[in-house]
Write a protein that binds this ligand. Structure first.
Ligand SMILES: [Zn+2]
Length: 411
């Protein structure tokens, strides 16, 4: 290699570093970003580069053409891997059929469970890629994928293997979450505790032994698992050394967020019904609030998460697509930015932090989400003048290029 201290130096940029505590968005105008070994070696004003550009070997300096650079986007809550879809159910509902009629016709989450159990790894991978690709087209460089449509050991593990495989098929890092306690499968209706036993004694240990799960999640809700059952899942995760997350306070307030916080959860997600005690508990444990405006929109909810309380308590707020076939068939993280601002009144800066810095934290990743020295050089170049444009526009994708580990990703 050359004697240059850096592999690449990007110049002629504005950079929204998303490093907190300085300018809004951590914005630097007339900026340069240098990459070495896949990490950021320098980020700052171009004038402050510690060497002269013309002294660098050919090919090292790249002209950003005045683009805005942000950290690579992180979708920290998805259910990308599943069989079938629920478009027919969507249509039936809009034709006036009730939830019960749809359930009797085989709809609802158990329809997805059936389709997922029947799908082999090849078809699950193919359909997951069809949802992953639009995320990547908008600059996603890290994505979380949950299991939870198998509700039996074999299919749950297959979902996680498929999720891991996605990272071999596309230039993206995948973080996997075991969500065995997503819903009660048909065969355990009437004996939910026996299903929780299966999750704790079989699914979790096998997933951990195969290295398939980076975290463990559950759905704590009246229609899913009680706080006591959720606790058992978390105890089992803790025994295996796996961090936890929780679908909490989406449809009612069961105190799930406080429970998650007591287990030092990485995040509590949804949170429309979160109360002040839950906010305090999350602030104390450093648990990230992951807001999911796509599900709020699809379910036509009216109760918004307590954003002001979260802000005042200093709880980091992340955003995600919650991409899933039932309540959020959404594959645009840019649309999530707009929804979070419009529906939940986040500022555009908070929204962008929600899919960069705070999304990294929701996944327990300390090496990304901000453009700062030593971090992974995962970044996106955008054809915009100001970062607020990313949350403002609806249906526009101004991405020019994605860098992963400092290398421009082929489209
Ligand atoms: Zn979810």
């Amino acid at each position: 290699m050359s004697s240059a201290p850096w592999d690449t130096v990007w110049v002629n940029l504005s950079v929204a570093t998303m490093v907190p505590g300085g300018t809004p968005y951590g914005l630097i105008e007339h900026a340069a970003v240098a990459v070495v070994g896949g990490r950021i070696g320098f980020v700052g004003r171009q004038l402050d580069l510690p060497l002269r550009l013309h002294e660098l070997p050919d090919g090292v300096v790249r002209d950003g053409g005045g683009a805005l650079m942000t950290p690579g986007l992180i979708d920290c809550h998805t259910h990308l891997v599943y069989g079938g879809n629920r478009a027919r159910e969507f249509e039936m509902r809009l034709q006036g059929q009730s939830y019960e009629e749809i359930a009797r016709a085989g709809g609802g989450i158990l329809a997805t469970v059936r389709a997922t159990r029947e799908a082999d790894a090849v078809s699950l991978t193919r359909s997951a890629l069809s949802r992953l690709d639009p995320l990547l087209a908008e600059g996603v460089t890290t994505v979380e994928v949950k299991s939870g449509y198998g509700l039996e050991t074999e299919t749950e593990l297959r979902m996680l293997r498929v999720a891991r495989l996605l990272a071999h098929e596309r230039p993206v890092e995948v973080r996997t979450t075991l969500l065995g306690a997503h819903a009660v499968p048909e065969e355990f209706q009437g004996d939910v505790d026996a299903y929780v036993d299966l999750v704790c004694r079989e699914m979790l240990p096998l997933a951990a032994a195969e290295g398939l799960a980076d975290a463990v999640d559950a759905f704590c809700e009246t229609i899913a698992f009680s706080p006591a059952q959720t606790s058992r899942v978390f105890e089992a995760a803790r025994a295996l050394g796996l961090p936890v997350k929780l679908h909490a306070e989406q449809l009612s307030n069961l105190g799930g967020a406080a429970l998650a916080a007591a287990f030092g959860a990485l995040s509590a997600d949804h949170l429309e019904w979160l109360d002040a005690a839950g906010v305090t508990a999350m602030a104390r444990s450093g648990t990230v609030a992951v807001l999911l405006p796509g599900a709020f929109y699809v379910l036509r909810e009216t109760r918004v998460p307590p954003v002001d309380l979260l802000r005042r308590a200093g709880v980091p707020i992340a955003l995600a697509t919650d991409c899933n076939p039932g309540t959020s068939p959404l594959t645009s993280l840019l649309l999530v930015l707009n929804m979070a601002c419009t529906l939940f009144r986040l500022t555009p800066e908070e929204a962008l932090a929600g899919v960069t810095r705070n999304a990294a934290r929701a996944l327990g990743l300390a090496d990304r989400g901000e453009l700062r020295q030593g971090h992974r050089a995962d970044a996106v170049l955008w054809r915009v003048e100001h970062p607020a444009e990313l949350a403002y526009a609806i249906g526009l994708n101004p991405r020019i290029a994605t860098l992963r580990g400092g290398v421009v990703v082929a489209d």
